[in-house]
Design a protein around this ligand. Structure first.
Ligand SMILES: NC(=O)C1=CN([C@@H]2O[C@H](COP(=O)(O)OP(=O)(O)OC[C@H]3O[C@@H](n4cnc5c(N)ncnc54)[C@H](OP(=O)(O)O)[C@@H]3O)[C@@H](O)[C@H]2O)C=CC1
Ligand SMILES: Nc1nc2c(ncn2[C@@H]2O[C@H](COP(=O)(O)O)[C@@H](O)[C@H]2O)c(=O)[nH]1
Length: 327
């Protein structure tokens, strides 16, 4: 294992600018045969995305992954997206009933364009078997498998047929896996991403630990095709989490998918709940992310996302904020 570092330990080094305006920089990315406006996907969590947000994102050229925590709604969700002429992107687990669900989708000729296998410890035969099952019954579906944190896991899931792998065990804002188990990529997610990306032959989605828009550019630099984000998307007007008022300020609820609030019981809890500051409409954040990423591309001396991959970097060991708050 090389030197480890995380997002705040790194600064990317600027190259000579080749554009006259940041608006010339193209932030779009291709995944699974579709082009998306940003290399960013809101986390497939119940306080982050719902059907309405999924429709908004699909209609406006963004990637989305619907969560799997209301399993009874998934079939009609796929049907409705298809009726609207939109792509369908859903999540599944690995329990026996999920096998039947995949077969039902196939029997009804409702093949989602994207399925994400969403479990905590994705380097497992349970995920490999599910990849095989989806590929057998829904051969055209683009399969994202995770989560993992090692090159061995990336290679094994790719070999099993995954079209992309999701990297990140424990870096999430509402994650307590690192504390409760001692395992994961929490605290060195960016280095883990680099380690995994070197082994990957297919796209990688970096998942968890993004705290600033600059972290998106850093993820791209270290090999991510797409970046999954929870906490930065939790505070919007449209976010499904409950809105509360405290001392005259608005906050939105954000809880982990392995928290007792999601599970309804305190068993194998690896997530917590928090409240994030209310931050207005989702579209404003998406616009700001696009502008910030356009700016990042210009600092990379390029005019497209892939140009960020070429820049050099330095390890600054947590000093970039100089004690300042981020926002
Ligand atoms: N990215 C991350 O760092 C993490 C994300 N999560 C999120 O929480 C949600 C719930 O995850 P998860 O508990 O996996 O989903 P499920 O509760 O659906 O569990 C999936 C299956 O995997 C088994 N399982 C879960 N964890 C392990 C493990 N460590 N070793 C062996 N088997 C295991 C479960 O059995 P059993 O429960 O009986 O063990 C179950 O059969 C997901 O959305 C996931 O993304 C959770 C933790 C970490
Ligand atoms: N260990 C846990 N990780 C979780 C849980 N619920 C979600 N997640 C992961 O976090 C990211 C989002 O991270 P953020 O830093 O952007 O907020 C999400 O995509 C999952 O991979 C959980 O209960 N425990």
């Amino acid at each position: 294992m090389d030197t480890v570092f995380d997002y705040e330990d790194i600064q990317l080094i600027p190259e000579k600018c080749i554009v006259n305006s940041r608006s010339e920089c193209d932030t779009s990315v291709e995944l699974g045969g579709r082009k998306f406006r940003l290399p960013v996907v809101p986390a497939n969590m119940q306080t982050i995305i719902d059907e309405k947000i999924a429709v908004y994102l699909a209609e406006n050229g963004y990637f989305y992954i619907m969560h799997r925590f209301q399993p009874e709604k998934r079939l009609s969700f796929v049907k409705e997206m298809k009726e609207r002429g939109l792509y369908a992107s859903i999540s599944t687990g690995v329990k026996p009933e999920e096998y039947a669900f995949i077969e039902e989708l196939a029997a009804r000729n409702l093949e989602p364009e994207y399925i994400t296998i969403d479990i905590a410890h994705g380097h497992s035969n349970a995920v490999i078997d599910m990849i095989h099952h989806i590929k057998k019954h829904l051969p055209e579906t683009f399969v994202i498998a995770g989560n993992v944190g090692t090159p061995e896991a990336v290679r094994e899931l790719e070999h099993a047929g995954a079209d992309a792998t999701k990297v990140g065990i424990g870096p999430g804002k509402v994650c307590i896996t690192k504390i409760k188990t001692g395992f994961g990529t929490g605290g060195w997610q960016l280095a883990a991403l680099r380690w995994c990306a070197k082994a990957a032959s297919k796209p990688i989605i970096a998942d968890g630990g993004i705290r600033t828009h600059g972290d998106i550019a850093k993820s791209v630099r270290f090999g991510a095709t797409m970046v999954m984000i929870g906490s930065l998307f939790a505070g919007h007007e449209e976010s499904p989490g409950e809105t509360i008022e405290m001392d005259g300020k608005l906050y939105k609820e954000y809880f982990g998918s392995a928290s007792e609030f999601q599970k309804g019981e305190r068993k194998n809890v690896e997530g917590k709940k928090m409240y994030v500051e209310y931050r207005g409409p989702l579209q404003d954040t998406l616009k700001e992310m696009e502008e910030d990423l356009q700016s990042a591309i210009s600092y990379a001396g390029g005019n497209k996302l892939a140009d960020i991959r070429k820049v050099d970097y330095v390890v600054v060991k947590s000093s970039i904020f100089n004690g300042d708050r981020v926002y």
